[in-house]
Design a protein around this ligand. Structure first.
Ligand SMILES: CC(C)(COP(=O)(O)OP(=O)(O)OC[C@H]1O[C@@H](n2cnc3c(N)ncnc32)[C@H](O)[C@@H]1OP(=O)(O)O)[C@@H](O)C(=O)NCCC(=O)NCCS
Length: 138
């Protein structure tokens, strides 16, 4: 089983869009994904050119605390590939990048219904921050 983690390339944009539709039930725009690839790190695991696992790492800087951190987004694995260690593999790569890039912490938000992900985060040392997310829609 191939568990190589690579950065998403433009040639796999269509497969990445299928992946997002499949896991998050949301259809992103092709041009936005092409911009995303340039701006952020989109880590993927491919099976015969098909994206089967992925997460986005956005490098951020907290100027007040003078700390670099990664915000993690759209972390998921296709249903038929779950419980096979693909999420673990993605996070091994994240840990490497944390060390290489002097990152001080990882941050993400997650909906209450995402129970499997919460088990995963807790097993991997994440703590729940006592906070409430407010959103204002326009
Ligand atoms: C969360 C998710 C990414 C895990 O991916 P995965 O490849 O199945 O995870 P792994 O096989 O690498 O499992 C690693 C560990 O996570 C935990 N875990 C994963 N799925 C779990 C589940 N359904 N129940 C309990 N623990 C689970 C276990 O501790 C597991 O270790 P173990 O297999 O030794 O018990 C996957 O379930 C998913 O894509 N969910 C839908 C999308 C989502 O909710 N994303 C999070 C957005 S915030």
């Amino acid at each position: 089983m191939n568990k190589d983690v690579v950065l998403l390339k433009e040639e796999n944009t269509d497969s990445y869009i299928d992946f997002i539709v499949n896991v998050f039930d949301y259809e992103p725009n092709d041009q936005d994904i092409k911009k995303l690839i340039v701006k952020d790190k989109v880590l993927v695991i491919l099976n015969q050119n098909k994206v089967i696992a992925s997460l986005i790492l956005e490098e951020c800087f907290d100027a007040i605390k003078s700390k670099k951190y990664y915000r993690i987004g759209y972390f998921g694995v296709l249903k038929e590939y779950r419980r096979m260690g693909y999420a673990n593999r993605l996070f091994e790569e994240v840990e490497e990048m944390v060390k290489e890039n002097d990152i001080k912490y990882l941050e993400l938000t997650s909906g209450n219904h995402r129970k499997a992900a919460h088990f995963f985060y807790q097993k991997n040392g994440f703590k729940v921050k006592d906070t409430t997310v407010f959103v204002k829609l326009y």
